[in-house]
Design a binder for this molecule. Structure first.
Ligand SMILES: Nc1ncnc2c1ncn2[C@@H]1O[C@H](COP(=O)(O)OP(=O)(O)OP(=O)(O)O)[C@@H](O)[C@H]1O
Ligand SMILES: [Mg+2]
Length: 281
């Protein structure tokens, strides 16, 4: 096909030779199948912020590391330079996460290059050699569902051990490659240690896996792997090889310190108001 404008500079720089076809146009990017030498690759072209649906909630940007303080200040102020910097950080977040996860042994598309807002990566292929289907496009036997669920929980644990929470993990962002599931679509991945929403996001990722595979193997719906994984992680006891039970007892006697403090503040305010009423009367 005639290469779209956004891919022309990559052709000029010799990063790709030709564009075969458009694979998908999603909410945040358009994905193409491209050729480079005798390799077939995948090019993800990010949309401009204005054409993108708003997924970049505060969750995702919180604590994203920006080394330069001038850039950090500009981003906080929302100036034009700041918005550009934020946009660049958002786009490069996916390639950063891919390198980090590939190094940790998580099955993600192998990154090749990142240039002008285009991510070049391995094209994940299915059994037939064509672009792999999403889990959502497939049906599974209970045995297959249990096996994939287990594999993917291990991947979630491996990611967390590498300090990353996907943040949008679901049957739409996992492909079934020829050797098993491959996790994709990571621009919103967050730093597990530095983000206050990381635990909520991890729980949601794990619940999405449970909900999807639970359609084929209903006994999975009784499990609580998310709680177990986060608890182990917080206690520094999570390792890629940790065996999980799927059971997690939320401690009955656990102290909700923040809740207690809020109660005290409320009680004090109430008492102050009562005293004021007494004095006024
Ligand atoms: N490396 C890859 N190999 C094969 N197919 C891919 C690859 N990356 C993306 N795709 C295909 O392109 C689709 C969109 O990719 P991705 O989810 O990364 O972008 P998106 O804009 O967030 O899309 P969506 O809004 O659908 O989530 C995927 O569902 C998948 O079918
Ligand atoms: Mg997606």
């Amino acid at each position: 096909m005639k290469p779209p404008k956004r891919l022309q500079s990559l052709i000029e720089e010799g990063l790709i030779d030709s564009v075969e076809r458009q694979l998908m146009s999603g909410k945040e990017a358009t994905v193409y199948v491209v050729r480079h030498g005798d390799e077939t690759l995948c090019a993800k072209v990010y949309k401009e912020a204005t054409e993108r649906s708003f997924r970049q909630a505060v969750d995702y940007t919180e604590n994203r590391k920006v080394k330069n303080t001038r850039t950090a200040r500009a981003m906080a102020k929302g100036s034009r330079f700041g918005r550009q910097a934020q946009e660049a950080t958002w786009r490069s977040a996916e390639v950063d996460a891919l390198y980090r996860l590939a190094a940790a042994g998580v099955r993600v598309p192998r990154p090749h290059n990142f240039c002008d807002g285009v991510l070049l990566m391995e094209l994940v292929v299915g059994d037939d050699g064509n672009a792999a289907p999403r889990l959502n496009d497939l049906l599974f036997t209970p045995e297959q569902a249990r096996a994939h669920h287990e594999t993917l929980l291990k991947e979630v644990v491996r990611m967390l051990c590498a300090g990353v929470v996907h943040g949008d993990l679901s049957e739409f962002n996992i492909l079934l490659g020829e050797h098993g599931p491959v996790i994709i679509d990571l621009p919103q991945a967050v730093d597990a240690a530095g983000n206050n929403h990381a635990s909520r996001m991890l729980m949601r990722d794990v619940e999405n896996l449970r909900g999807f595979f639970g359609r084929f193997a209903p006994e999975l719906l009784q499990t609580d792997f998310g709680g177990e994984i986060w608890d182990l992680y917080e206690r520094g006891a999570l390792h890629p090889e940790t065996s999980l039970s799927g059971r997690f007892e939320r401690e009955a006697g656990a102290v909700d310190l923040e809740g207690v403090m809020l109660e005290i503040v409320d009680a004090r305010a109430e008492e102050a108001a009562r005293q004021q009423r007494l004095q006024a009367g």
